[in-house]
Design a protein around this ligand. Structure first.
Ligand SMILES: *Cc1c(COP(=O)(O)O)cnc(C)c1O
Length: 389
């Protein structure tokens, strides 16, 4: 109880608070609005834009319902929706950076984020520099007079290093730099960036919020301080999403807690089992006690996503391909967060300041909602196939 009012947990929010049936004749989910033109009753209302909705690119009741839900989950003052997780990264960066600024990005970042920074941002005259994901408060040694944004992603894409987000944020705020974080892995259920000092929180809602591999969408959430800049970028760039996609994400959010709980349980059990297998050198998953990121993860996160990587003891791409080709339940495909298990080979050759020296190939596994025993048998079969070569 807070001030006599009960403050609900996030799971209860997802069921009861993210949408009020009062908005829709008692129906417990919003309607899907599609539209460009919105009519005004008279010229004066049109002149002053004195009504809630004015044009399709500026939002609809369906997109607003999703923004409201994400604001609650993130504890944000403002959320905007964009057509993909990658657009959430690019629009967030474009909203803040100006020519001549210095941008620090974690070396373990999602590859398309690096590609955007190395090409479009550098062409715009922005200085792009990478930092080691485990840098912590030492990030301050990399600060320059023009450092404007520190971009974090924790845990890292593919190798899952955990970053000390509170330490990085504290250092960045001393020089008034903006901290952005790609929080797609943990979702707002297991990590709340704005509560840990982050200014702008980014999600690929394509992943767990969707949960069904049938929609692409990105969200950007921020505090009051940057709300206007984020809103401007949204309007100026024309980065709106349609009602159908927003509806699918809102629908996915309702069950995100049970999906994550179930998938995380299976993932952890598989990770434990994989650690014991003779072909496996490391399992890169911060929820495992032996992982270098375990302590930070335990301190800051309240759960783990069901995606991790396995490093084999020997071999290269050829052995990785044998493993992948012998999987029957795990699909070979990109993305994650859906109901189905997936596997890919991981290539770290783009990293510049945090090259890891692993003995064999790295395979990333996204764990779906299938039965543990079936997934284990599939992995066992694929590992055994490598030995037979
Ligand atoms: C998938 C992903 C994205 C991009 O999401 P899309 O909707 O596929 O564009 C961004 N960041 C991370 C960490 C991701 O895994």
């Amino acid at each position: 109880m807070k001030n006599g009012k009960r403050s609900n947990g996030l799971n209860t929010y997802l069921v009861h608070d993210i949408y009020s049936s009062q908005h829709n004749y008692g129906f417990i989910n919003p309607s899907i609005f599609r539209g460009s033109t919105v009519l005004f009753p008279d010229a004066e209302t049109m002149e002053k834009k004195k009504q809630s909705y004015t044009y399709g690119t500026h939002g609809t009741p369906t997109t607003d319902a999703l923004c409201h839900a994400i604001n609650l989950l993130e504890g944000a003052a403002k959320t905007i929706l964009v057509p993909s997780g990658l657009a959430a990264v690019t629009v967030a960066l474009l909203s803040i950076l100006r020519t001549g600024d210095h941008l620090l990005i974690t070396d373990s970042v999602y590859y398309p984020t690096r590609r955007f920074a190395n090409n479009m941002l550098k062409n715009m005259g922005i200085e792009v520099e990478y930092y080691a994901p485990k840098v912590g408060s030492n990030i301050e040694k990399l600060f320059r007079h023009n450092t404007r944004v520190v971009f974090a992603e924790s845990p890292a894409s593919n190798t899952f290093e955990v970053q000390d987000i509170p330490a990085i944020s504290a250092a960045a705020h001393k020089i008034n730099a903006v901290v952005m974080m790609d929080n797609s892995w943990a979702t707002s259920l297991y990590f709340r960036p704005l509560k840990h000092g982050v200014d702008i929180s980014i999600h690929a809602a394509t992943k767990y919020p969707s949960g069904h591999s049938d929609v692409l969408l990105g969200t950007i959430s921020t505090t009051k301080k940057y709300a206007q800049l984020i809103d401007n970028a949204h309007r100026f760039l024309g980065m709106n999403v349609n009602g159908d996609d927003a509806y699918l994400i809102l629908r996915g959010l309702r069950t995100m807690c049970v999906r994550l709980e179930h998938q995380q349980k299976t993932a952890l059990a598989l990770a434990f089992w994989l650690e014991e297998q003779q072909q496996v050198s490391h399992v890169l998953y911060p929820a495992l006690k032996g992982n270098p990121g375990y302590k930070l993860w335990k301190r800051d996160f309240s759960g783990a996503a069901a995606i991790f990587s396995v490093v084999l003891k020997t071999g290269g791409r050829h052995e990785a391909n044998i493993f992948l080709n012998n999987l029957k339940l795990f699909g070979l495909g990109y993305s994650w967060g859906g109901f189905e298990s997936l596997a890919i080979h991981v290539n770290l050759s783009d990293r510049t300041v945090s090259k890891a020296n692993y003995p064999g190939p790295i395979l990333r596994l996204q764990i779906g909602i299938e039965d543990f025993d079936d997934l284990k048998a599939d992995l066992k079969h694929a590992l055994a196939a490598i030995n037979m070569m």
